[in-house]
Design a protein around this ligand. Structure first.
Ligand code: SAM
Length: 203
């Protein structure tokens, strides 16, 4: 999948993201098992150095904090409340897909349960590669829940397996990453939140 049909990146709520994410949400968006699976994934991959958590909030799900963690999201109070963060940056990736960081700023980037809200994901993925060291990874994780009015229509119209192919296509279409790895960290059908991971190293 590298062609995205008309309307794929549209949303029911095309209002400003700053308005939707203005109210604080000090909540978790996946269950404890899925959160633990994210932490185990980061540990397995050795995401421990200079890291940026994209589309972040007050929790970043690492077992142990990385050496330096920059959190980027929409709500200043949530970012300031993130105990693992070294610094917090408010930045709307749909309004401006260029990250406010110099080239080669980070060893790795992560994005948890949020890739479905990107309306310009290919531009964002390409720019993530710019701010990563060569070989640095972008690690995305997602489950089967979302804010439906803010998720893109292409995500809502597809199932979990297709979501893995969609994110793989984002990496491929950006032209800035090695082939992606897809991993089902918590399989569906167990009565708990499933957890899928798709990651790739920048070229
Ligand atoms: C479902 S929450 C996930 C938060 C966190 N990553 C987690 O694992 O709990 C979605 C997050 O995406 C962020 N977000 C949504 N739209 C965004 C945008 N246009 N630019 C940057 N961040 C955005 C919000 O600030 C919010 O924290």
């Amino acid at each position: 999948m590298t062609d995205f049909p008309a309307g794929f990146f549209e949303r029911q709520d095309e209002g400003a993201d700053a308005a939707f994410y203005g109210p604080d949400r000090f909540v978790t968006h996946i269950d404890d098992g899925a959160i633990a699976a994210v932490g185990t994934l980061y540990a397995d991959l050795g995401v421990t150095g200079r890291v940026v958590d994209l589309m972040s909030s007050w929790v970043s799900h690492f077992d142990d904090p990385p050496e330096h963690l920059t959190v980027l999201g929409m709500n200043r109070r949530e970012l300031d409340g993130n105990p693992m963060a070294t610094e917090g940056v408010v930045h709307d990736l749909n309004a401006d897909p260029t990250l406010p960081f110099p080239d080669d700023s980070f060893d790795d980037a992560v994005c948890c349960v949020s890739v479905d809200y990107l309306t310009r994901p290919i531009e964002v993925f390409a720019d993530v590669a710019r701010v990563l060291r060569p070989g640095g990874r972008l690690v995305t994780t997602f489950s089967n829940r979302c804010f439906p009015t803010k998720a893109i229509r292409g995500w809502l119209a597809n199932d979990d397996e297709a979501h893995c192919r969609i994110v793989t296509a984002y990496f491929e279409s950006s032209g800035r990453f090695e082939p992606a790895t897809v991993d089902v960290r918590v399989p569906p059908g167990r009565g708990v939140d499933p957890l899928y991971a798709v990651w790739a190293a920048s070229t």
